[in-house]
Design a protein around this ligand. Structure first.
Ligand code: SF4
Ligand code: SF4
Length: 163
């Protein structure tokens, strides 16, 4: 008697399970079969931050290398430093050599995405709107080192690819 009860319970469980499977099998898909298909709403995705280029020079960032974003980042994942122009010997005074000039454009701009919490502080504090969220939805790497992104190199590449 007990074995019949157990068999009926098992059968009922199977029917319930098949009912749930059938329900979701016939429901509209909410995901896509990547890489055969790509999602259509990628522009709404908030990926790692990236630099914004100048309108007339797409590969050159709007960034003035002020360092605000790096100072405000709670996770200390931004490393930025200004490009430095070599000293002009014509500007030397009283026998003292001229100093190299700090330019208002970055020479280094690295993002350690491994540490980033996507809090948006850097985007908010930038005085020239040179940072934004990327829609890099397919960002995938094999090593932790690869999460350290050279944002200058990325911007140049995007400009070349016309993105
Ligand atoms: S989003 Fe937040 S954690 Fe990420 S780089 Fe910007 S300030 Fe840092
Ligand atoms: S991205 Fe903006 S906040 Fe960061 S260094 Fe450049 S200008 Fe300053």
């Amino acid at each position: 008697m007990t074995s019949i009860k157990n068999a009926l319970a098992g059968l009922w469980s199977l029917v319930v399970g098949m009912g749930i499977t059938g329900k979701y099998f016939t429901a509209p898909l909410v995901t896509v079969f990547y890489p055969r298909q790509e999602a259509e709403n990628i522009e709404t995705y908030r990926g790692h931050v990236e630099l914004v280029g100048k309108e007339d020079e797409a590969g050159v960032p709007l960034c003035i290398a002020c360092g605000q974003c790096a100072r405000q980042c709670p996770s200390q994942c931004i490393t930025v430093s200004a490009k430095v122009a070599p000293a002009d010997p014509a500007e030397s005074k009283d026998g003292k050599p001229a100093k190299p000039k700090r330019l208002k454009t970055p020479g280094v701009f690295q993002l350690d995405y491994n540490l980033c919490s996507l809090c948006g502080q850097c985007v908010q504090v930038c005085p020239v709107d040179s940072l934004r969220y990327s829609n890099n939805v397919y960002f995938a790497v094999f090593t932790r080192q690869e999460t350290n992104i050279d944002l200058l190199e990325r911007l140049e590449r995007q400009a070349k690819e016309g993105k």
